[in-house]
Every structure is written in C-alpha cells, then in structure tokens.
Design a binder for this molecule. Structure first.
Ligand SMILES: C[S@@+](CC[C@H](N)C(=O)[O-])C[C@H]1O[C@@H](n2cnc3c(N)ncnc32)[C@H](O)[C@@H]1O
Length: 254
C-alpha cells in the first residue's frame, strides 16, 4: 500500500504508548502513521463532497482510546468530537484519561504527573515524557479553538440499542475502528446471540446501521483474512499493510 496523505515518515515518538498517552495492558498501540493516513483518506471523501468539518469521530471498539486520542492530537483542528465505546467497562477508565489529554488543562495535569515521576526517579524515559507532553501541549495551544467534545461509554458494538443510546444527539462523520483479532483482543459479547450465524464484524455492521448516516465514512482495520463485505454498505476502498487490511465503507441508504 502506498501512503497518499501521510507521505512523509515522521518521528511519532511523542505519541508512543505509555510516554504521554496512557497504555492499556495487553493492547498493542496502533501504528500512528497508518492511523493518520486512514483519517486523511476518510476526510478527503467528505471534503470532496464539500463537507469541510470539523468532524465527529467515533470508535465503537475504542479500548483505551489510544487510537482516538492520537488522531485528535494529530488532526486537532479538524475534529469537533471524539467518541469512544467498548464492550469492556474495565478499559474505559484509560479511555477517559487519554481523552482528557485533549484539553490544554488535561495535558498540563499530565505534564505535572510525568514531571513528578522524573523528580522521584530521575529516569531518562520520564524526562522524555515531560518533553513530549510539552510539545503536545504546544500543539493543542496552536490549534486552540472550541474544545473537543469527548464521550466514552460501555456498549457492545453489535447491539444497535446500546449504540443509539450512547450516541444520542450526535451525527457521526467518521467512524474508525481497529477490530478485535488475534491473541491480545478478542470479540466479546454482553449477551450471546446464539441465533446469528454471522461473524461479529457483520453483526457490528448491522448494528451500526442504527447510528450511521449516508454521509458517514466507516473505516475498519482488521486482520487481512476478515470479511468486511455487507450488502447495506458500499466499499469505497480497501488496502493492506502487513497483517492488516483497512476497508472504507459507506451505507448510502438504509
Ligand atoms: C484492537 S482493540 C482496540 C484498541 C483501541 N483502538 C485503542 O486504541 O486502545 C479491540 C477492542 O475491541 C473491544 N471489543 C471486543 N468485543 C467488542 C464488542 N462486541 N463491542 C465493542 N467492543 C468490543 C475490546 O474490548 C478491545 O478493547
């Protein structure tokens, strides 16, 4: 896959998991450059249709909101709201702490935390965290406009009622999710639906019909073997990078 937007290989170490952003045990961090490329491909579709943003971004499998928070820090002026949900209530504390870093005040609190760690232990990694957090704070100050609205709630992404309730009052422009696959993240269900023979991905796409609009661009990152075709969605594009595939979809009418 050739990068179309994030064409320059940059130093993304300020976004490294655990440095400033909080890590979620057992979840590897999503590649930052790829995340940025996905965001830019989604917003290019909207901009071509003269929808200039700022946009509402939603991740229905948000985990610790590392992906959401990274995207907002990188593309701050383009984002009006960052919303995450996950079936696992245990990860939402990390998600909320990460989303809190999207305000200058939140980032300043984090600078205080990592500075205290540096004073207590004198480690080089803590000094690097302070420097990264200060750079991220500058980015937030440069982009200062309206605050980003943030929300994190528990929902099984295959449950349309839970999604609808959590997203009350919001129209999603861009939905980006790194779907569960592999050893570190599995699909979980709040209630087993023994009647469905469809994969969880397809059940999630069914459920999302309750909350996406015809203009929402849906970008799903998954294992390259996953099947992400659904009759109610049109595929805009699909690309592969290593063990991942990314599919951009839209539900023109439902
Ligand atoms: C690959 S991780 C996503 C990591 C996340 N993007 C981040 O930045 O931290 C997949 C997530 O999907 C969640 N998940 C699993 N089954 C789910 C379901 N039925 N509905 C919603 N989330 C689910 C897992 O709890 C896990 O947090």
């Amino acid at each position: 896959m050739a990068y179309r937007h994030a064409t320059e290989r940059q130093d993304y170490s300020d976004y490294a998991r655990g440095r400033v952003l909080y890590g979620q045990h057992g979840h590897p961090a999503y590649p930052v450059r790829l995340a940025s490329e996905i965001w830019q491909r989604c917003t290019a579709v909207l901009r071509e249709e003269e929808r200039p943003g700022p946009y509402v971004l939603y991740d229905p499998c948000c985990g610790g909101a590392y992906l959401l928070t990274t995207l907002c820090l990188l593309h701050r002026p383009e984002i009006a709201a960052a919303i995450g949900s996950d079936v696992d209530a245990g990860v939402l504390d990390t998600a909320r702490r990460n989303l809190a870093l999207l305000s200058v005040e939140g980032m300043e609190r984090r600078i205080g935390e990592v500075r205290a760690l540096h004073q207590a232990y004198g480690k080089r990694s803590h000094a690097a965290s302070v420097e990264s957090a200060q750079r991220l704070r500058e980015r937030l100050l440069d982009a200062r406009g309206a605050e980003i609205e943030t929300r994190a709630f528990v929902a099984d992404a295959t449950d349309p009622c839970a999604l609808k309730e959590g997203l009350t009052g919001l129209q999603i422009d861009v939905l980006i999710a790194d779907l569960p696959y592999g050893r570190d993240s599995q699909w979980k269900r709040l209630q087993e639906d023994g009647s469905s023979s469809c994969s969880p991905q397809i059940q999630m796409l069914d459920a999302l019909l309750a909350v996406v609009s015809p203009h929402t661009v849906v970008a799903l990152s998954a294992d390259k073997a996953a099947r992400l075709a659904h009759p109610a969605y049109r595929r805009l594009e699909r690309f592969r990078l290593g063990k991942r595939q990314v599919t951009l979809l839209r539900s023109p009418a439902h």
